[in-house]
Design a binder for this molecule. Structure first.
Ligand code: ARG
Length: 461
């Protein structure tokens, strides 16, 4: 039996019933639905709508339902109820009879679903924040342990300038810091209870909505009932945060796929996160990273999905909004998994230091330092750039690195060059010179590691 039998004569079309049913998706909200229902029963008692004894019975029965389902939420799916709210209520009525029928007084599934979803999001944000910290800790750990590793930094995927590998790890640390703060920021706006807004106009019963909000751990009660039941901004926000974070993880994956390629050979991924080819025995493919990169599409798709769902909806609740959950659950679970996968990948990462260093030495990535050297000798940067470029061309033609050129060769291009040129274009000096705040010199990177450690301490306390 449905919750609204009275007005209907005919049964629902069987296909429509299935089409309309959201239980297969929203059953995972059972904990939140029970939490919200217990809070609602308490406020009904406070407002003398039910008696103390009735409230106790309702709360005990709801806890019983919770225990019943905790270990096997899928059990709910055996029922043909429309959604999790109908399921919990009908189960309550099954256990308590008429007393159970009192719980829905003054409440609508419209404020109920908005409340449950927000409670779920709050919990998921907590999980994601923990995952980000775990990922950051391993990034930081690798930055610390590999402070002497040098790799080539790239622009346009062309060797650009040498950087410390630690600098690369810390770059992703920074991105994750921003993702974390976006989640925190979203939580502030999310932490507002819609319960008591009823269908759209507010409830007809005198209840203290602020107290009700505090029963569920919300900071405040929402200000406008019409807005409260229609608001899915937080879903859009979370999906946009998830999209940004997946974009970071996807770039992280792409970098590592490149570093792991036969052409680079900078790193080796653990056997644990790679797979072989069914045909080519030599292959060890970076599937874990490729999957992170691939799954990003699903999360972007979810963001677009919710934006399109909401765009033309009149106030207040419309059934279109039921479609918000599948994309939200999927996307946040994908992000959760990908953060976990990224952490596992880093735990087994091996760096081939010698190869990294060789690559950083090649590719004329010290030609800017050669130009800077000329500037120090009094030449304008534009002219220095030109001279350095010509020297690079010469070196390419003669299959030599800049450091392998004789002083007399250098001097053919510019007479201000002396034998101090060699120390000025050595790999170490190229790195040391990038010593302004945020640069890749060892001093700057060590100080960035210190700051990152302080940040982790602060955030985890
Ligand atoms: N299953 C619905 C959803 O997830 C719950 C709200 C239904 N409200 C209604 N008036 N039909 O959106």
């Amino acid at each position: 039996m449905s919750l609204w039998g009275g007005r209907f004569i005919k049964e629902q079309n069987k296909f429509f019933k299935d089409f309309n049913n959201s239980l297969k998706i929203d059953f995972i909200l059972f904990k939140q639905d029970i939490k919200g229902s217990i809070a609602w029963s308490k406020i009904l008692l406070k407002s003398n709508i039910i008696t103390c004894e009735e409230q106790k019975k309702i709360e005990t029965a709801l806890n019983l339902i919770f225990e019943e389902i905790k270990n096997d939420p899928q059990k709910i799916l055996l029922s043909d109820k429309e959604d999790i709210h109908s399921w919990v209520e009908s189960r309550l009525i099954y256990i308590l009879g008429d007393i159970g029928k009192k719980l829905h007084t003054g409440r609508s599934r419209n404020d109920q679903v908005a409340t449950d979803l927000k409670l779920w999001c709050k919990k998921k944000i907590k999980v994601l924040k923990k995952r980000i910290i775990k990922f950051q800790k391993i990034l930081l750990d690798l930055a610390e342990k590999n402070i002497s590793s040098v790799i080539s930094g790239y622009t346009h995927l062309q060797r650009a300038q040498p950087i410390l590998f630690s600098h690369w790890f810390l770059a992703y640390f920074e991105m994750m810091k921003r993702d974390f703060s976006r989640l925190q920021d979203c939580l502030k706006r999310l932490n507002i209870s819609p319960l008591g807004s009823a269908a759209l106009a507010g409830t007809g019963w005198k209840i203290n909505r602020k107290k009700l909000a505090s029963y569920m751990g919300f900071e405040k009660a929402s200000k406008n009932s019409l807005d409260s039941v229609s608001d899915r901004d937080y879903v859009v926000e979370l999906l946009s945060i998830a999209s940004i974070s997946m974009m970071h993880l996807s770039r992280f994956s792409e970098d590592l796929i490149f570093f792991n390629s036969g052409e680079c050979n900078f790193i080796e991924l653990s056997d644990e996160v790679t797979s072989g080819s069914s045909l080519m025995p030599q292959k060890k493919n970076p599937d874990s990273l490729e999957l992170i990169r691939g799954k990003t599409g699903k999360v972007y798709g979810s963001l677009l999905n919710i934006l399109v769902i909401l765009k033309g909806l009149p106030l207040a609740y419309n059934k279109d909004m039921q479609e918000d959950k599948e994309c939200l659950f999927t996307a946040l679970n994908v992000l959760d998994d990908c953060l976990k996968m990224s952490t596992i990948i880093l735990l087994g990462l091996k760096i081939n230091n010698k190869i990294c260093r060789k690559s950083a030495e090649r590719g004329y990535s010290n030609s800017t330092d050669l130009a800077d050297y000329l500037v120090k000798k009094g030449i304008s940067f534009r002219n220095a750039h030109e001279i350095s470029g010509k020297i690079v061309l010469y070196a390419i033609d003669h299959n030599k690195s800049l450091s392998q050129l004789k002083l007399r060769v250098f001097r053919k291009f510019c007479s201000v060059i002396n034998d101090d040129i060699y120390e000025n274009i050595s790999l170490e000096s190229c790195l040391d010179k990038k010593n302004s705040y945020g640069g890749t010199s060892k001093r700057q990177v060590l100080s960035a590691i210190d700051k990152a450690q302080e940040y982790i301490l602060k955030i985890t306390n």
